[in-house]
Design a protein around this ligand. Structure first.
Ligand SMILES: [Zn+2]
Length: 472
């Protein structure tokens, strides 16, 4: 079993329904497109699960030596946006700006890396019109009441991503939230004529606005070329959105649109489907108001492998905070305890084995649960060795390196800056006061100071060498 060659990085591809070794098509650059938010509201934790998965994907690709060219769209024109903007007597741009900014803030709070390119649909209307004209010329479209639809019966590969056979069941069902009549119910809209006094763009294909699907095809290919390395999104987008993206793009180029399709599973809350009516609908802002720090939220969203359903619970959130504490305490112990000189060779091997299993787990279609298990088993063994006096000074660097490797992906060890704003000097002075109080056997005062620090987000740990502290 020893010295087996490392398995390559591999992902489950929705298109082929296989786990396949991954490498980019050109050079060292991964050309990736992910469907971004529709900016009509704050993103909820189900959306954030998908974006967190994509962040883990980005980070692991980087660890494995790849550069990213990652495009994410901002959908800033669609039915709900138009409805909500007009209800608030705002322009589309005014209305969406607020939620675009909120999205950027929320993803930054969760430490999600910014994609290399964030692109707005409304900045690409002429590109979309040109693509619609291409499809028209190639015979894939028809008009109805001023709107332009994609005729899916013209595209033989329709259904290949969702692995549905649509040949027999086309009539009578809808694939789009669109409210227009369509000659074939599963045909989808490319260009929507304005209703009543809706906002619209003048264009060579008539007044109107683009459908959601064409937006992604056009912006993906504009920046990344005709064939992407990875297209990712939530599993709810497989059909019809991604199926329609393929139908549009491949009709225009006659080339495969994306080589790898990665989809993250749903999130439930306390085992229930999240919905406003069930009262279990949460945005990041809701959770922050309930007092949860960003790190346990990020940890919980990342800890379940992306292809498994995630049951988001408040117990799970508390367990995530405990897990992070355990790692921070271990790190603190590495950095502040004194250990005998020399190196424990058995522990060196133990650290290497943990690092290897950590990497192999993430290579295996981003198995975050397995990666975390390998780390926590290691931390348990290292703590045991410390307690037994078997941990040596020479074992510190590789242990810290393993924690670094973990944090390059999970990014939860650094506490978010405390809002209380207690300075280090204030903390030190309170700790000194508490030590004096204990010496004077004024235990009530000592406890009071500990509580005061805790309220300010400072955790104290008493050791033989004195009190250690850290920010929550
Ligand atoms: Zn999309």
């Amino acid at each position: 079993m020893k010295n087996h060659p490392r398995m390559p990085l591999r992902f489950y591809n929705t298109l082929t329904q296989q786990v396949e070794p991954f490498a980019p098509l050109h050079d060292n650059i991964v050309r990736m497109y992910t469907c971004g938010p529709t900016v009509y509201n704050y993103v909820h934790i189900g959306n954030l699960r998908t974006f967190t998965f994509q962040d883990i994907l980005r980070r692991w690709l980087q660890v494995r030596g790849y550069q990213l060219d990652h495009v994410m769209n901002i959908t800033d024109v669609e039915d709900k946006i138009i409805r909500n903007a007009s209800a608030e007597h705002k322009s589309i741009a005014e209305y969406t700006e607020k939620y675009t900014q909120a999205f950027l803030e929320d993803t930054a709070t969760l430490r999600l890396q910014r994609p290399e390119r964030l692109v707005k649909a409304t900045d690409h209307i002429p590109d979309m019109v040109r693509a619609i004209q291409d499809l028209e010329r190639l015979g894939y479209t028809y008009q109805s009441d001023g709107s332009i639809y994609y005729r899916i019966s013209k595209f033989p590969g329709y259904g290949k991503l969702s692995h549905n056979d649509f040949s027999g069941i086309r009539a009578g069902a809808r694939v789009d939230v669109d409210e227009y009549d369509k000659a074939n119910a599963r045909d989808f809209v490319l260009w929507k004529a304005p209703k009543n006094d809706e906002p619209f763009w003048d264009s060579p294909v008539g007044p109107g606005r683009p459908g959601w699907h064409i937006e992604c095809s056009v912006m993906a290919m504009k920046y990344l070329g005709e064939t992407l390395d990875i297209h990712a999104g939530g599993v709810d987008l497989v059909f019809p959105h991604h199926e329609n993206e393929i139908a549009q793009s491949e009709a225009i180029t006659s080339k495969p649109f994306a080589r790898f399709w990665l989809h993250s599973e749903f999130l439930n809350v306390e085992a229930q489907k999240m919905s406003k009516s069930a009262g279990n609908f949460y945005t990041l802002r809701d959770l922050r108001e309930l007092g949860y720090a960003p790190e346990p939220i990020r940890y919980l969203l990342a800890s379940v492998p992306y292809r498994k359903k995630l049951n988001f619970t408040f117990d799970g959130l508390k367990a995530a905070a405990t897990a992070i504490d355990r790692l921070r305490n271990f790190k603190l112990r590495l950095e502040t305890d004194r250990y005998p000189e020399g190196t424990n060779e058995k522990l060196v091997q133990r650290t290497e084995a943990a690092a290897q299993r950590f990497g192999e787990s993430l290579d295996d279609d981003l198995n975050t649960a397995e990666a975390l298990a390998s780390l926590f088993e290691y931390v348990r063994d290292a703590n045991t060795a410390m307690d037994a006096g078997e941990f040596r000074a020479g074992n510190i660097p590789s242990a810290l390196e393993l924690l670094d490797e973990f944090d390059r992906i999970f990014d939860v060890l650094r506490p978010s800056s405390s809002e209380a704003g207690t300075t280090d000097a204030q903390v030190e002075s309170l700790i000194a006061e508490r030590a004096q109080a204990k010496k004077n056997r004024e235990f009530a005062r000592a406890d009071q100071i500990r509580q005061q620090l805790l309220d300010a987000g400072i955790i104290l740990e008493d050791t033989k060498e004195g009190a250690r502290w850290k920010r929550k």
